[in-house]
Design a protein around this ligand. Structure first.
Ligand SMILES: Nc1nc2c(ncn2[C@@H]2O[C@H](COP(=O)(O)OP(=O)(O)O)[C@@H](O)[C@H]2O)c(=O)[nH]1
Ligand SMILES: [Mg+2]
Length: 476
């Protein structure tokens, strides 16, 4: 008995000694859940595809395209491979399909994706610290990437609101230009309805359908309004057609009569908060360690003053999700654990490289107010301008005796490369001046011909720096 007991200790001790390197390795690597979000068309799918492609290529020798990721520049990166994902109920991010689209001939941007998806990649590397190196061994960092619509984060402020108050805010917003014309139809029908009238399903459906149309029109590409509530009305995910999505703001909903239309709407609003918003935060958001929020600043500039105004509001609503502690909003989660958030202006290749500094500071100007709010205690926030897939080259041209920094690439829908002067990016949205019709007009470019054929990872701008901030410390 005693022998056996000692024997066991001995075995365990040996196993422990053997496994020490692996324990150290696990400490170095571990597991990390990275959320990738952003509003529709902000560049999530392209970002995740390029990130995976570059990580997969980094281990293959031949010089990858992540020179400023420390684990790579220090020669410690070994290899990576895709693994089965941990959550069987979430669709897998279709990496192979999206990559095939972008590397086809002629190359095309990936098709639109909806809702949430997930993928797992194992990163093998040699730990860098002296002690860990002595222990030898190879570490594995398991990286789960979760791609979900940024529209869902805009719902967070609803949790603090009652139906009547929320309705007032939304009705007020809908009555102001440029939303007034987009919401007219819905408001007309709403005006003709008595909120106190006995609830009937057909009216509830009709009103919520009109409200949904209005929200969809808000974010149509030429209008570019991004502040949308409830987010699931435009990005329903698995909730498509569910009765819980059948409500809309109602006037005079302070004390709705039992059984009235307003009471039905209020009930569904509360149901939405519980089964949609809270559930998303609990099941998905609360499990993330790091987050990147992609922002299409250039499209907002194209949309002019209302687009920029809306972007500011939607970014400050997004920031709320990354506040910790005192705000109390996320207390029901027992505290969110995201400790690093990167806000990245995507598609930086649409402008000359000399403009990237301004693109970054323009993005920062939108975040300045929520970040400086005295109470902001939250994740570390970093900003940068990046391109997941670099589709242009910066070229200098002579214009009336001056050197102009232009971009050369193939605009979407054309077949030959063109040189364009995309203009200058203002360093802050407060210094933008009049943003009339057509002041900014950034062209969309197609992915470059032959993308990915050299096997070095998709050409990008600053994807390595983004990775260094998001996961670099876990690959040390
Ligand atoms: N030039 C360029 N265009 C990009 C880049 N990333 C995204 N785009 C454009 O933005 C569109 C939307 O990207 P996507 O990743 O599908 O956005 P998602 O809706 O957030 O997943 C694409 O179809 C491209 O036109 C990039 O790095 N460079
Ligand atoms: Mg997508």
């Amino acid at each position: 008995m005693a022998r056996g007991w000692f024997g066991e200790i001995g075995d365990a001790g040996l196993r422990a000694a053997d496994g020490l390197a692996q324990v150290a390795a696990r400490l170095a690597g571990g597991q990390i859940r990275l959320g990738v979000t952003g509003l529709r068309r902000s560049g999530k799918t392209v970002f995740v595809t390029s990130l995976l492609n570059n990580l997969l290529a980094a281990g293959q020798g031949g010089g990858g395209r992540l020179p400023f990721l420390d684990v790579v520049s220090q020669g410690r990166f070994i290899a990576s491979r895709l693994r089965p994902q941990p959550d069987p109920a979430i669709p897998r991010f279709d990496y192979e399909g999206r990559l095939a689209e972008m590397t086809s001939n002629p190359p095309a941007w990936p098709r639109e994706t909806k809702a949430i998806s997930e993928i797992r990649i194992d990163l093998r590397f040699r730990p860098g610290g002296l002690v860990r190196r002595r222990l030898g061994g190879v570490a594995t960092c398991t990286l789960d990437i979760i791609d979900y619509p940024g529209e869902w984060l805009l719902d967070l402020p609803m949790l603090e609101q009652e139906f009547a108050g929320w309705s007032r805010t939304m009705l007020d917003l809908a009555a102001r230009p440029p939303r007034d014309s987009l919401s007219r139809r819905w408001r007309e029908v709403l005006d003709a309805v008595d909120p106190d009238h006995t609830a009937d399903e057909a009216t509830a459906r009709r009103l919520s359908a009109l409200y949904t149309d209005y929200l969809k029109d808000c974010r149509a590409s030429d209008v570019g309004l991004s502040l949308i509530q409830p987010g699931r009305f435009v990005e329903p995910g698995e909730m498509e057609g569910a009765p819980i999505l059948t409500f809309c703001p109602m006037p005079g909903a302070e004390r709705p009569r039992h059984g009235s239309l307003a009471a039905l709407m209020a009930e569904r609003f509360e149901g939405y908060k519980d089964s949609v918003v809270r559930r998303f935060y609990r099941d998905h958001f609360a499990r993330l360690d790091r987050q990147v929020v992609l922002v299409d600043v250039l499209s907002a500039l194209n949309a002019g003053a209302p687009g920029l105004d809306d972007l500011e509001r939607s970014l400050s609503a997004t920031m709320e999700s990354f506040r910790h502690g005192r705000s109390g909003w996320l207390n029901f989660l027992g505290g969110a654990r995201i400790d690093r958030v990167l806000f990245a202006a995507t598609k930086a290749d649409h402008v000359a490289s000399s403009q990237h500094g301004n693109l970054k500071s323009l993005l920062e100007s939108f975040l300045a107010t929520p970040l400086s709010a005295a109470r902001f205690a939250g994740a570390d926030v970093e900003t940068m301008a990046l391109a997941s897939v670099k589709s242009t080259e910066t070229v200098l041209t002579d214009y009336q005796g001056q050197k102009l920094a232009c971009v050369q690439g193939t605009p979407v829908g054309r077949t030959t490369p063109t040189v364009l002067f995309p203009g200058e990016i203002p360093p802050s949205h407060r210094e933008i001046g009049p943003v009339g019709e057509g002041r900014f007009n950034f062209t969309r470019f197609a992915p470059p011909a032959g993308l990915g054929q050299d096997g070095r990872g998709l050409a990008n701008i600053r994807l390595d720096r983004a990775l260094q901030f998001l996961i670099g410390d876990r690959l040390a």
